[in-house]
Design a binder for this molecule. Structure first.
Ligand SMILES: C[S@@+](CC[C@H](N)C(=O)[O-])C[C@H]1O[C@@H](n2cnc3c(N)ncnc32)[C@H](O)[C@@H]1O
Length: 245
């Protein structure tokens, strides 16, 4: 029997994954940042910080932040890397609205431009960014290969891809403890705090079917990325993937 490779937030409907994901993030946008801090005990901030620290070594001056959501990764990049420009794009208008407010409040609106769009059909020219990055975004793509191929297209030759994504811890006892937390505890807190029945159950399910570690770097290599590598964070709860065009 073939392994299931894609899950959707609202499995009881035939609507496409893209439409379901957009409507889910539009719905949970007001609660998203707060829930991230609660559910990860604030560690998500450290994961983004570490990812940007790795990207800083490349000194990219033009950055595309894919699936920026409420712009946390773009803001961290603007403050730490200090590039000339960051385009922060997302398919959910409500997530972007919150991101826009945060960017303005921090006085970063000259550097970060927020744009509505679909990562699987990017409206940017080929070879136009020094770096393309995504935090907790690619897992939500309807077609992972298509989204990653688009990210490669808009990267300039020699440019850097950085992807931060959940992975599944492989070793005892974190593997077992995390599984219990992620499957049974997190969806309940998420349901209460986000007022969405399914969003945080989908989070668990989408991580289970997502190709992590070498499975992800194999996909990157197959699509034409070079030097694909990964860095494990927090015992494998999260992984940073770095590759080159
Ligand atoms: C879990 S959030 C991550 C947000 C942010 N990057 C962060 O670090 O918190 C996932 C985001 O991916 C966006 N997304 C999902 N599919 C997308 C697509 N095809 N194109 C653009 N954004 C997409 C969602 O709207 C959502 O804002």
């Amino acid at each position: 029997m073939s392994e299931k490779t894609s899950v959707t937030p609202y499995s009881d409907t035939d609507i496409s994954k893209k439409v379901q994901v957009t409507s889910m993030f539009d719905k949970i946008a007001p609660y998203y940042d707060n829930l991230n801090r609660i559910l990860s005990l604030g560690i998500d901030v450290l994961w983004r910080r570490k990812a940007i620290k790795l990207l800083k070594a490349e000194q990219p001056q033009s950055i595309l932040d894919i699936a920026t959501g409420t712009a946390d990764l773009a803001i961290e990049a603007a403050l730490v890397i200090k590039p000339k420009k960051i385009i922060a794009m997302d398919i959910s208008a409500n997530m972007l609205k919150i991101g826009e407010e945060k960017v303005q409040k921090k006085g970063l609106d000259q550097v970060i431009k927020l744009e509505l769009g679909d990562s699987e059909n990017l409206h940017y020219e080929a070879n136009s960014f020094d770096a393309v990055m995504a935090a907790f975004g690619v897992r939500n793509f309807e077609n992972l290969d298509k989204g990653l191929a688009e990210m490669l297209r808009v990267l300039r030759p020699g440019g850097t891809l950085m992807v931060l994504e959940f992975s599944k811890p492989r070793h005892f006892p974190l593997k077992q403890l995390f599984h219990i937390y992620f499957k049974y505890i997190l969806p309940v807190i998420g349901k209460i705090r986000s007022k969405d029945q399914k969003a945080y159950k989908y989070l668990y399910e989408s991580v289970q079917v997502f190709p992590d570690y070498e499975n992800f770097t194999d996909i990157l290599k197959k699509l034409g990325y070079a030097q694909a590598n990964y860095h494990i964070l927090s015992g494998g709860i999260c992984t940073i993937y770095i590759a080159k065009k």
